[in-house]
Ligand binder design. Structure first.
Ligand code: SF4
Ligand code: SF4
Ligand code: SF4
Length: 348
């Protein structure tokens, strides 16, 4: 059951993923109360609505390629090219090579620049600045893959949540994915600089342009699947049937990212996304974050914030002052649902 968050020492909180023996018990979950539901109708309904509007807008905007290609809308294409040229990449995953995408993800851009033999100074700099100021808010409000997972989860009111020990183990996987993708990118980068990259590019095949693309659901769903004539017709069908089995594996993986989210909110973000793992390193101590008001919070009898958190963060384990979690995406679901209005946004 709930423990007093004030009794948790700083070291434990720093290592959110190292629960003690008693913490491995799954807390008894409290259903969001009617009061919590009323909160939704209050001020923060606007925040939730605003987030949904932002998510849909960015999902469509980032993938404007779809509409541009369908309608051959040259002015739309010109608009998005203009937007793309003035914006830096941001901490999300977005299809860098969708021809009319407005925003590129920092991690994908880093990988691409490395495989071209360039060091991504500007990309890394912009990424760190954004994460230090806003944490992983871009994951919660902008990233199209986060959005697809959120919308897949919405119709299901009973979510599947692994035990804390299992969650901890699964979260490590994204660090391994990060190491593998960066290994491929660094290998090509060094070979490119040495002028020996041709043979390696041939050998690596689909990994050659970016170590992340083959397992990047944004690339698979928004670029790979769109490498066909739109709208779909019989010629497209023959074209698609001609694709190899690796492509179909990728498509199945991309579809699974969305479908499994119906039962497990943001499972790809929590366990597999190498970009999210990298972003978490810099967002843990961001200037904007979530805290709890000790005068209002009743952690011994309530765990609504943890039940609704899509990232499965054990919010009550952190000090009241701040939820220093690398997983927090600033979605504000905890704030919207807290029956006591105890969740506060902290600055600094
Ligand atoms: S963690 Fe999720 S929201 Fe963040 S970049 Fe990865 S897929 Fe997008
Ligand atoms: S922050 Fe709100 S929802 Fe979370 S334990 Fe405290 S009172 Fe409950
Ligand atoms: S702690 Fe709150 S703001 Fe952070 S991810 Fe969980 S629900 Fe969203």
């Amino acid at each position: 059951m709930a423990e007093d968050a004030d009794t948790i020492d700083a070291e434990q909180v720093e290592d959110e993923e190292a629960p003690s023996e008693e913490e491995t018990e799954t807390p008894e979950e409290t259903k969001p109360t009617r009061e919590g539901e009323r909160n939704i109708k209050g001020l923060f309904v606007n925040v939730r609505l605003l987030r949904r509007i932002a998510q849909v807008t960015f999902l469509l905007g980032i993938n404007a390629y779809v509409f541009s290609a369908w309608f051959e809308a040259e002015q739309v294409q010109a608009f998005w090219i203009f937007i793309r040229d003035i914006l830096p990449s941001i901490p999300i995953i977005a299809p860098l090579d969708a021809p009319f995408a407005a925003i590129a993800g920092s991690f994908g851009t880093m990988n691409r620049e490395l495989t071209m033999g360039l060091f991504p100074f500007f990309t890394i700099g912009a990424m760190i600045i954004i994460l230090i100021f806003f944490g992983k808010a871009s994951c919660g409000w902008i990233c199209p893959i986060g959005t697809l997972q959120d919308f897949a989860t919405l119709p299901n009111r009973s979510k599947t949540r692994p035990a804390p020990g299992t969650e901890k183990e699964l979260r490590r996987v994204k660090a391994y994915v990060f190491i593998i993708t960066m290994f491929f990118s660094a290998w090509i980068a060094i070979s490119t600089v040495l002028g020996t990259d041709e043979a390696i590019r041939d050998a690596l095949g689909i990994f050659a342009e970016s170590g992340f693309d083959p397992v990047n659901p944004a690339h698979i769903l928004f670029v790979k699947a769109l490498e066909m004539n739109w709208p779909f017709n019989i010629e497209t069908l023959w074209y698609v049937l001609d694709w190899g089995w690796i492509f179909w594996l990728q498509i199945i993986f991309g579809a699974l990212v969305v479908i499994v989210s119906f039962w497990m909110p943001r499972w790809y973000c929590r366990w597999l996304c190498p970009a999210g793992w990298l972003y978490g390193i810099f967002s843990r101590a961001s200037l904007v974050g979530i805290g709890r008001n000790p005068a209002l919070c009743t952690p011994d009898t309530c765990n609504v914030c943890e039940v609704v958190c899509p990232m499965n963060i054990r919010i009550r384990r952190f000090p009241y002052q701040r939820v220093h979690s690398a997983e927090c995406i600033m979605c504000l679901e905890c704030k919207s649902h807290c029956p006591n209005k105890a969740i506060v946004i902290r600055f600094g």
